[in-house]
Design a protein around this ligand. Structure first.
Ligand SMILES: [Zn+2]
Length: 384
């Protein structure tokens, strides 16, 4: 896909001199080409194409006319383009598509400084500046208007024009691989886990809130209050003088802490889902976690319960329904962690402790992020 953008630039005084000199030279050469062909025609000779004229100009005319050496002092691609433009104008005239080409008048015509990407350094564009051959970095007045090189856009060519002492750049930009970019914007994959709650294929990570200082502190406080409560019960059994109202008070304290912790976890899930859904992906793919199986593992059960996976999935489903997003669920046996997102190879010996996925193809990436990309691209799934 090609797209053109025009915006005002803010060249330095030195750059302005160069631009004006280039445009002046282009105008001179354009007119010279027209004039030369006119005289050929008057002499009854054959029309000279732009290409032949360029060769003649550089190899014969300028070497034999040292006073015209200044033509060579400006960007040669711009000069060549002005000759090509003249040739196009003649061609149109010969085909009766337009009148005889006009000579360009200083200050009155639309001669532009053409530039083209010739090596990787040319035509790079950042938010606030653009790299133009022979000029170097030129400041842009409107920041971020032209798509930047970093976003994958490539500037193929462009022109600089001057109007009423204002300078403009017009560029032709190409998006190299529309398909890949569209697909990644299309849907997302979410890897749910214990280390982080969710790792999303769009690059976002939602940490495990249970590991936050705030929740750790509350959990510690809860354990302390629970111990205090059971001590009070034991004392009561032993017949010691513990008042029943004291036990009730302690019980309430524990319940309130439970509730507070639970609310923080639920809030976090709600916020996470809201943020994921806000990006309006066309689909979301998750893994069908074997939650009940994980709960049977007594080393994991508490951590699994605290992540509220079931609640996460139920709420995600509801939000997806509200927003017209397809929720895809892949089988729990789909090896999302073991597939190399880059080459498709399956790493059978991937251990749970391998946090970084390293593939023989050279791909190195976070294990869970790799998994989220595989979930995003999964082709076998059930729609929840
Ligand atoms: Zn690989």
């Amino acid at each position: 896909m090609l797209k053109s953008f025009k915006t005002e630039i803010n060249p330095t005084a030195e750059q302005k001199v160069k631009i004006n000199k280039t445009i002046g030279t282009c105008r001179y050469v354009y007119n010279f080409y027209l004039d030369y062909n006119k005289s050929l025609h008057d002499k009854g000779e054959k029309f000279m194409t732009g290409k032949s004229f360029s060769v003649w100009l550089n190899n014969e005319y300028i070497p034999n006319n040292p006073d015209k050496a200044w033509i060579k002092e400006v960007y040669s691609k711009a000069v060549k383009k002005s000759i090509e433009d003249g040739c196009t104008a003649f061609t149109r005239f010969f085909k009766h598509q337009s009148a005889f080409p006009n000579f360009k008048k200083k200050g009155k015509s639309d001669v532009k400084m053409y530039f083209v990407k010739n090596n990787p350094k040319d035509c790079q564009c950042e938010r606030h500046r653009i790299n133009i051959p022979t000029l170097g970095w030129v400041r842009l007045k409107e920041k971020g208007y032209i798509p930047t090189t970093k976003d994958g856009w490539k500037i193929k060519s462009g022109t600089i024009s001057v109007k009423a002492d204002r300078y403009y750049v017009s560029v032709l930009v190409e998006l190299p691989d529309v398909k890949i970019i569209n697909n990644s914007n299309d849907g997302i994959g979410i890897d749910l886990g214990l280390k982080a709650l969710a790792i999303v294929s769009n690059g976002k990570t939602y940490k495990n809130i249970n590991k936050s200082a705030r929740l750790r502190k509350l959990e510690k406080q809860l354990r302390r209050e629970q111990r205090c409560l059971s001590r009070k019960y034991e004392n009561l059994k032993k017949g010691e003088s513990t008042q029943k109202s004291n036990i009730q008070k302690q019980k309430l304290k524990v319940q309130k802490l439970h509730l507070r912790i639970n609310n923080i976890r639920t809030d976090y899930i709600n916020k996470t889902i809201a943020e994921i859904v806000k990006a309006k992906p066309s689909y979301i793919t998750i893994e069908d976690l074997n939650v009940s199986g994980m709960m049977k593992n007594r080393h994991l059960s508490k951590a699994v319960a605290s992540q509220k996976f079931y609640e996460f999935r139920t709420k995600l489903k509801a939000k997806c329904d509200d927003n017209g997003i397809e929720l895809r669920v892949v089988d729990r046996w789909y090896p999302s962690s073991k597939i190399c997102h880059c080459c498709g190879a399956i790493k059978k010996d991937l251990k749970l402790s391998d946090r970084i996925y390293r593939c023989a193809c050279g791909y190195v990436g976070d294990r869970d992020f790799n998994a989220s990309l595989n979930l995003r691209d999964a082709v076998t799934y059930e729609v929840a």
